[in-house]
Every structure is written in C-alpha cells, then in structure tokens.
Design a binder for this molecule. Structure first.
Ligand code: PEP
Ligand code: MG
Length: 599
C-alpha cells in the first residue's frame, strides 16, 4: 500500500541549522535512520481521475502484471509475518489470495477495461460498484468480504501506480532499513510491510494506544506521531532520521548529523534486538524491600515475540496476555482452531509459568475491521470488552472454548476486561459454563481455570466487596481506570493534561482496593496498567499495599532495583502524604522528593 509520490515542494522547508526537520510526539522510544516507505490509506481508491485509454490490451497486460506483483508481495508478507509474529500464520492472507483470482472480481475489472477505462479507473470503478452492491446488504459475511475486496483493490492500485516501489516490498537481498510513513498507520498495512527491515514509523496522526502503536511497542520499533505534513512531504527515495527521545525527525539528514547520531543509533539498534538463544538468567521475580517485604513481578505480553525479552530479564510469569492482537492482525474472525493454536504456542512457550489470559477486549479504540461497527459517539463507553462478548455469544463461545482448551494446567488463568457490575460477572461466568458443557459434549479436553476480572470501571471498584466472592483474583487496569474515573479519553492528545495516573484520587482508590481485597483471604490482587512500570510511582504503590505488579518487560529491571532500595515504612508514610495531597502536581513533588532522598 504505497502511495504514489506527489511532489509537494511548498512543504519542503529548510530549518535554520541547515537540516530539514519536523517535530512530533514520540510514542515508542528509540532512534533510527532509514529509507521512506510511504503507505497509502484507502482514499487512494477514491481519489482517482477517471480516464479512458484506447489500448485496451495494454491495460489488460498491466492488470496481469499487477496481479502477479501483489501475489508475490502477499507471499513475502505471509512469510515475514509468520517469522516475527507467532500470533499469525501463513494463512493470515488466504482471502486475498483467493480474491486475487476470484472470477467475479476479475470479470468486473475486465468489463471496465473493455469499456476503455484505464486500469486505475477500472479499479476505482470496481471498488465503487462493489460498495454499492454490498453495502446495503446487512450480511456480516458480505460486509467482511467487502473489506477484503477493497484491500485487494488497493494493493492492485499501489502495484499499478508504483511498480518499482511495489517491487521493493518483495523480499530481496536489500537490507536497507525502512521507515514507514503514513497519515495514520493501520495494522494490516504494517503487517504487509517487510517487517524485518522496518526500523521506524512516522505518522501525521495517531495515538499512543492505537493498534499500530501497540504493535510497534511490542516489536520495539521507534514511532513518532503528530508529525504535520510528513505524509505529503516525503518521497520514496528520501531518508528519515527519527529521534524519539527529542520528538524530531530529519528529512535527508546530512552526513555530519548522522555522525553525531551514530552512537545513539547503535544503542537503539542493540536495544531493539530481542535476545534469542542467549543463556537465560535465573528467574528473579520476587525482589524484596530492605525490610524483607516481597513483591511479585510479572510481564504484560501483547505479542509472543516479547517472550524472549521477558525471559531475558529473569521473569517467566505473565500477568496479562492481551488476546485481541490475534484478532486485530487478521482480516476476518479467527475461528476456534486458529485461536486454540495461537494460545497453545503461548502456553507451550512458557511451560510452568503462570499465565493470565485476558478474554478479548476489543472495541473502544480497538475495533475490528471486519465487524460492522456502527458509528459510536463515545466508543470507549460503547460496545467494548465484556459487552462485546456478552452480546456476541457465538463469538464468545468459540473464544472461551479456545482458551479453556489451553487451561489444562492450573497455572493458566482466565481474566475478563471491562466488568462493571455483578450481573456482568454472572452472565460471563454462565457463558464459561456453557463453553465447558459444549466441550464436554464434543469430548474435548479442557481446564477449569481460576477466573479473574480487571478492575477498570469505577462502578466495579465501588462495589468490589460484592464482586470478590464471584472471582479468584482481580487485576487493576489503571490505563482504563484513570480514563473512566476522570472521564478523559486515554488516546486523545488534546486532553492528556487531565489524564493523570499519579493523581491523589487514583492513589486513594488504589489504597481502598487493597484494603477491600485484604478482607477476602485467598483472593489475589495485581496491578497491570502502565502505572506498574512507572518508577516514581513505585514507592506509593507499595505503600498502598500492592504486592504484585505486571508490566512491559523493558520496565522490569529498573522496578526490581528500586524495590530493593526502599523500606516499606517509608513507602507507607509517603502513601499517606500523597493521599492527603490535593493535586497531581503536589503528588509529583512528594514522589520526586522521595526519589531524591534515595539517591
Ligand atoms: C488497563 O486498562 O490498564 C489495561 C492493562 O488494559 P488495556 O491497556 O489493554 O486496556
Ligand atoms: Mg483496559
């Protein structure tokens, strides 16, 4: 999906220091330098000047060539996706393959070519015709197919418009690192790029919790968003130097600048390499404070490819596995067997480890492209997480069956997102029972895992004592808890000043949760939001009573060191102080003072 180059020299400004640079918001850290690969959005099918050509045969030849180019690039993508993302497999693009040869689609394009439209026009008109035919039909199957058809047509359009660039996406001996440039990056585009060569991402728009950002973070690819004009500014032969520490990117940087950046580029490249086959350090997941209080550490995993990184920091247990990714990287709903196979890889890849599998948490900022999602005015308050599962019992049934078939060991647990009250829990537990009964009926082996819930909706926090008897454990999801507590969209850059995780109200709430759970012996409590990996918050979290934290693997070494440097008494005193604060600024001051006193 490579956009054709439109020269936009008006945008090419030169900065005072002689470098042409743009500012942006870094959402995945690191520094990188590579050649631009520009990815088009689906507007490339709409913004076509309809043109007729006399030489029909020539246009048909171009179509045949484009089909072959797309076929080759799909095969290459499937291979690289499989190598990098165990959540996927070669079958991830089967619908595209089938559609490329689909007689109805081919006939429609040929009909427009026979009417003497040139190939780009024929592709655009075919797209329009399918939309008109299929959009009114409420069939879910056809809705999904329309999405696939548009995707195939877009790939053909890109192959026609950029034959050289399309070729560049195919495997070659080239090892030139690539910086993806898009207005807004979609996961399917991301996956269609030569992932092993992608060293960075720069986008005009996008948020820190976008699907692409989740993917980039898991693959440790530096990503800069909110870079004005960048999509219109660059052309495919351009190079970009991306600095996600300073929030800058430089277009065609000079040699002298690259020299200055050499060390940072080397370090960033090394940090990206996930250690494989290196001797693993011993498990070190129970550090203790100076006075001997143990704190359990585990990892949040979005992709299996993060497992070596987790193991390399002495951690095996997974406090949160987000299942949505295997759904988001596909263009159609993965069936039970696919889900089962994917989860089996996770369970087998971490033998004996405790794994908390979180049931599908889509919707909000994570819709599925192949599920018709009527426009929602407040997606985060809408058809999301548990609500999606409860209103799609068939999808829930296959999903739960796939998870239960992988819970044969007691170490594998099942957790539900976005629980808002007791009736949510009762309903989902009934679905779990139904899934178990149907597995019994089919004679399939399954487990009866511990069942937990995320604490991320304030109504659930307020009624926690009535929910705890229904579950074995709870996990605090501060990312969403803060969003819903302050009614502030966690992905909206304009309101980040109201999205404060270290706010006294949040900390008081955490203290209350710890106290409530302590009244229910045997119920486990963990915190798995981003706050768990925040070093300055750590003493306050320990002071609140938290003893189990699950975080991004990269945050673990620092947090473990800090735990070993603090005294619980001091943490508890600090916690009292921050809870009495009026503002987040005051909390920040207390936390800074505490960090300073430890130096
Ligand atoms: C959370 O909300 O804190 C959480 C861990 O879940 P997610 O970020 O996947 O919504
Ligand atoms: Mg959440």
């Amino acid at each position: 999906m490579i956009r054709s180059y439109e020269k936009n020299s008006a945008c090419r400004k030169t900065a005072k220091n002689g470098e042409n640079f743009r500012n942006g918001t870094p959402i995945v850290p690191g520094v990188c330098h590579g050649q631009c690969l520009i990815l088009a959005g689906d507007d490339a099918l709409r913004n076509v000047k309809i043109t007729r050509k006399k030489d029909v045969e020539r246009e048909k030849r171009r179509l045949r060539q484009a089909v072959e180019t797309v076929r080759a690039s799909l095969a290459a993508s499937a291979k690289s996706v499989k190598e990098l993302l165990s959540e996927a497999d070669e079958n991830i693009f089967p619908m595209y393959e089938i559609l490329l040869d689909d007689p109805t689609l081919q006939q429609k394009i040929q009909d427009f070519l026979n009417e003497r439209f040139d190939l780009p026009s024929a592709l655009a008109l075919t797209s329009q015709a399918f939309q008109e035919e299929l959009q009114d039909l409420s069939s879910k199957y056809l809705g999904e197919r329309l999405q696939d058809i548009q995707d195939v047509l877009l790939r053909l359009m890109n192959a026609v418009r950029n034959p050289d660039e399309a070729a560049a996406v195919q495997p070659s001996d080239s090892t030139t690192p690539i910086v993806l440039v898009a207005r807004e990056l979609f996961p399917s585009q991301f996956l269609a790029a030569p992932l092993e060569r992608v060293c960075g991402i720069v986008c005009t728009a996008g948020g820190a919790t976008s699907h692409a950002a989740i993917l980039a973070r898991a693959l440790r690819i530096p990503m800069l968003v909110d870079v004005p004009e960048i999509y219109d500014l660059v052309k495919p032969t351009d190079e970009l130097l991306v600095d996600c520490r300073a929030g800058l990117c430089f277009l065609n940087p000079k040699e002298s600048l690259l020299k200055e950046y050499q060390l940072a580029l080397n370090i960033s490249r090394r940090n990206r390499q996930i250690p494989r086959n290196a001797p693993l350090p011993a498990v070190d997941d129970l550090p203790a404070t100076l006075d001997g209080t143990q704190v359990k550490l585990c990892g949040n995993i979005t992709l299996f490819s993060e497992l070596p990184a987790l193991h390399s920091v002495g951690i095996r247990d997974i406090g949160l596995y987000r299942t949505e990714f295997m759904f988001m990287i596909r263009n159609s709903m993965p069936d039970e067997e696919i889900q089962c196979r994917v989860l089996k890889r996770l369970v087998e890849g971490t033998p004996d480890a405790e794994i908390v599998i979180r049931a599908l948490d889509i919707g909000g900022d994570k819709p599925l492209s192949y599920v018709p999602w009527d426009e929602e005015l407040n997606p985060s308050l809408g058809w999301r997480g548990l609500r999606f599962l409860l209103t799609n019992p068939e999808i829930a049934m296959h999903h739960l069956r796939a998870i239960l078939r992988n819970c044969l060991s007691r170490n594998v647990k099942l957790m539900f997102p976005m629980v808002s009250d007791k009736s949510d829990l009762i309903r989902i537990k009934e679905l779990v029972r139904n899934a178990q009964e149907s597995l019994d009926a089919d004679g399939l082996e399954y487990g009866t895992p511990s069942i937990g819930m995320m604490l991320e909706v304030p109504s659930a926090v307020l009624t926690l004592d009535t929910l705890l008897p229904e579950v074995d454990f709870v996990s605090i999801g501060t990312n969403d808890l803060v969003q819903y507590l302050f009614a502030v969209d966690r992905g909206n850059g304009r309101v980040t000043q109201w999205y404060q995780q270290c706010h006294p109200i949040v900390l008081r709430m955490l203290g209350k949760i710890c106290k409530t759970v302590a009244k229910f012996p045997g119920k486990d409590l963990e915190l798995c939001g981003e706050l768990a990996g925040n070093p300055s918050a750590l003493p306050a979290l320990l002071g609140a009573g938290l003893r189990k934290l699950s975080m991004n693997p990269t945050a673990i070494p620092n947090i473990r060191d800090l735990i070993r440097k603090v005294r619980l008494n001091d943490c508890e005193e600090l916690f009292q102080r921050v809870c009495e604060a009026d503002t987040a600024e005051q909390v920040a001051e207390y936390l800074d003072d505490f960090a300073e006193s430890m130096r």
